[in-house]
Design a protein around this ligand. Structure first.
Ligand code: SF4
Ligand code: SF4
Length: 191
């Protein structure tokens, strides 16, 4: 079956540029080096996602941040495709941490646009139930015991709930719209 083509605008509308955006990102831990990106493309060549996505290219993400294209980035579900494999970070000759920049973008998208993948909501719910991202099946716990492994540490989930509330995450969790599926987009392969 032919891949669906999608067009991305190649022209930057100056009205949509947010000059403060890059500075907001630079303040986020790990994202300080965005100005050092000189668009060599090494990150895109090595990124496990960019070969499958028409939009998601780490070099493009870095350039869009430099240009202040906040709306376009935060409204694009593709920012959730990054696997946080850190290949781009390992290979960048300038020491730019694109995966940390993407983390900063995701945090902003959650805070400002109130959107979040449903899988992240599920992880958060698991943490509130057990203290772990993954709900451990009882068969696994029994097997640990049979193998003579120590019990897993127990979390104080009531403290975690307080933390979720105090940081405002509980509010975000309840109000954020869920992203259930991100379609890989064909189209512009340049990145
Ligand atoms: S590898 Fe580093 S310098 Fe090169 S495009 Fe990617 S982020 Fe920019
Ligand atoms: S961390 Fe994300 S952007 Fe970097 S190579 Fe891995 S998938 Fe690509």
């Amino acid at each position: 079956m032919a891949e669906a083509q999608i067009e991305y605008p190649r022209v930057v509308n100056i009205q949509r540029i947010d000059p403060k955006f890059k500075h907001e990102i630079i303040r986020m831990p790990g994202a300080e080096g965005i100005n050092l990106c000189f668009q060599c493309g090494t990150c895109t060549a090595d990124c496990v996602i960019s070969r499958f996505s028409g939009f998601y290219k780490p070099r493009r993400i870095a350039r869009m941040v430099q240009l202040g294209l906040k709306d376009r980035l935060l409204s694009n579900d593709d920012i959730w495709l990054c696997t946080t494999c850190f290949t781009c970070v390992d290979h960048c000759p300038q020491g730019v941490e694109v995966s940390s920049i993407v983390r900063a973008l995701r945090n902003m998208a959650v805070r400002e646009n109130r959107v979040m993948p449903s899988v992240i909501k599920a992880f958060a719910s698991n943490i509130l139930k057990s203290g772990y991202v993954y709900l451990m099946p009882s068969s696994r716990l029994k097997r640990r015991e049979a193998e003579g492994l120590p019990q897993l540490p127990r979390s104080r989930v009531e403290d975690l709930l307080e933390l979720f509330k105090a940081t405002g995450f509980m509010d975000v969790l309840e109000s954020a719209e869920s992203i259930d599926r991100i379609e890989l987009k064909a189209g512009d392969r340049r990145g």
